[in-house]
Design a protein around this ligand. Sequence first.
Ligand SMILES: [Zn+2]
Length: 378
Amino acid sequence: MTSTLVTGIGLLVTHDAERSERTDAALVVEDGFVAWVGDAVDAPVADAALDVEGRCVIPGFVDSHSHIMFAGDRADEFEARMSGQPYEAGGIRRTVRLTRQATDDQLLANAQRLLAEARAQGTTTLEIKSGYGLTVEDESRALALAATLTAETTFLGAHVVPDGITRDEYVDLVCGEMLEACAPHARWIDVFCDTGAFTVEEARRILTAGRDAGLGVRMHAAQLGPNPEALALGVSLDAAAIDHCTYLTDADIELLAGSSTVATLLPGVEFSTRRPYPDARRLLDAGVAVALACDCNPGSSYTTSMPLCIALAVREMGLTPVEALRAATLGAATALRRSDIGHLAVGASADLVVLDAPTYVHLAYRPGVPLVHRVPTF
Ligand SMILES: [Zn+2]
């Protein structure tokens, strides 16, 4: 057993229910887990020591929503949107063509590059979806590759209906042969239930089939407009999270507040599509569990930066700095139904981030500045 004393912590955020923040703190890591947390003066002896010299230490970010298994680039679409053209879900088909043409090595190298980029910005857990293959072979390939990078893999065959197949035939394929090939590599099933993507009835069939195959349920919904039926479907299937939630009715919020489903907000999407940000304050005040994630994808949000999402959530969505940090760590861990990550209480995985700042407030206060000093491995 090896232990490391992390000391000299100016401000430590644990999210421990008893005492979430400590000053002049230390913690001990043993075999990859937090074994002790307390005042630096009381710290026990350990095999090794890491002095962070007064910096702030936070739990590593949990990015519970990404689409990093793809090939190509769509900077021209972003440029066109910023010149006034609206966002449409159909651009996904362009990435599908390029992803199918890419070799395994090319796909994996691109995903590894993005994963390294995310880690350098403090992300220690990243969910990865399929959804740019849309054939049995290409979806299962994407998930098999993703499973080499993370335990949090999501089958998103129901991203859009690809060219050359009818809607009904495609939904049959997703629920049948494609699910069978993908389930061994996936923890979750997801569906894009919105205008231009899949209907609520199609989503019901797909998510139910996935659940019956042993996968956990999550959804993309209410990105492009209100969709109370989609929200009701997600909650009725005990979805771990409904992601986007840009347009929620009062009844949707009440439903979410009384459920164990997390609302995951993806402010990078509103930023990159120039759409109105959701009001996160309204959700928290109603008692809804909220997560923040990047939704890294080449179309509607090509960022791996959780600090950017925190800054946007604080500036544009009504969260306080500590609420945004909590949503990006503990909230997103809940959106993955994980209790071992997203916090630094005793027993948690030792996924911690040392900020080059005296407080996590700097994540929003100093937007666009690289504030991650190090992401130690133990
Ligand atoms: Zn997404």
